[in-house]
Design a protein around this ligand. Structure first.
Ligand code: HEC
Length: 292
């Protein structure tokens, strides 16, 4: 008579499988806090106990039918701890008579083939894998479960929504809150190329509008260069071709902050483009900007 697997091993296997399944569907370990998880653990354990109790009854019945010798052998084997028995079983060899019973009558080159029974754990894993595969493939093919395209779309939309929310929550940039940042120069250059280059020429060297790379400024309403550019772009210069980009609603506060960073960079972080190099001649007074 065969020895049975102790109930604690079955429970450990059930809990292990539950963790794998929950993780698959939840995609995080948050389920450890869920009553559903612990509910299924309790139900699984109770089922394992019931299964083991039925097994005990069957075992008792079978035991009664054994001869005294068989009973003694069975009880002796039962005393060996489960894992020790499992380990020993891995190296057990059939006796010659047992082997004769399961010998398949074809061999080759002296190698014989035995019709051994497949280990229970192997068969179990095989059927588990087959069921899992059918479930998973049909879920993958016909539902939204684990569909990468669907997941991408959902995440993409969530991110767009959170960006939109961030932008909406952001207070509009005004001359008071505007700040110079090197990170804005590249975006500012794009604004400049679209809106300003027609009058101020490439690199701000000047044309219809004045040279923005030199230190001569006709309009100096503010004390620092960055705020000054912001001010002129927002309010324009009345009576000239320089319109009020901010007041007219053409550029947002954010765009003015960017383009002001760009103008600041060509004025302070690069050499001025002189008339000899094709720049427009100085216009206005020499400026003495405060640092910040
Ligand atoms: C239609 C032509 C035109 C466009 C487009 C234009 N400007 Fe101007 N801009 C001018 C003129 C003309 C002046 C000189 C105004 C004056 O006489 O004070 C000027 C002046 C300025 C000044 C002040 C210069 C100084 O010496 O006081 C700045 C800064 C400036 N523009 C930035 C920009 C930026 C940034 C843009 C793009 C968003 C832009 N401009 C687009 C024509 C233009």
């Amino acid at each position: 008579m065969k020895q049975r697997t102790p109930v604690f091993v079955n429970i450990a296997i059930i809990i292990g499988l539950l963790i794998i399944f929950y993780y698959l569907f939840v995609q995080s370990y948050a389920f450890f806090k869920s009553p559903y998880f612990w509910g299924t653990v309790v139900i699984g354990s109770i089922m394992a106990y019931i299964h083991s109790a039925i097994g005990d009854l069957v075992e008792n019945n079978k035991f009664k039918k054994l001869s005294n010798e068989e009973k003694a052998a069975y009880l002796a084997e039962k005393k060996v701890p489960y894992f020790q028995r499992l380990y020993a079983a891995a190296f057990k060899k059939q006796s010659d008579t047992q082997e004769k019973d399961i010998l398949i009558d074809h061999g080759f080159d002296g190698i014989m083939e035995l019709d051994n029974q497949l280990p229970k754990w192997w068969v179990g894993l095989f059927w588990f894998g087959t069921a899992f595969m059918i479930l998973y493939i049909s879920a993958y093919a016909f539902t939204d479960f684990a569909s990468p395209l669907k997941e991408y779309e959902v995440e993409y939309r969530e991110q767009e929504a959170s960006i939109a929310k961030f932008m909406a929550d952001q207070p509009p940039i005004t001359i008071e809150s505007a700040e110079f940042s090197e990170d804005n120069i590249a975006a500012g250059e794009e604004v400049f190329k679209t809106n300003c280059v027609s009058c101020h020429s490439e690199g701000g060297k000047g044309g219809i509008g004045p040279n923005l790379t030199d230190n001569f400024w006709h309009n100096q309403p503010e004390k620092t260069l960055f705020k000054n550019v912001f001010h002129v772009v927002e309010n324009g210069v009345t009576g000239t071709a320089m319109q009020a980009w901010g007041k007219n609603g053409v550029l947002s506060g954010n765009e003015i902050q960017n383009v002001a960073a760009y103008v600041y960079s060509i004025n302070q972080m690069k050499k001025p483009i002189t008339p000899a190099e094709g720049g427009a001649p100085p216009y206005g007074d020499e400026a003495k900007w405060e640092k910040k």
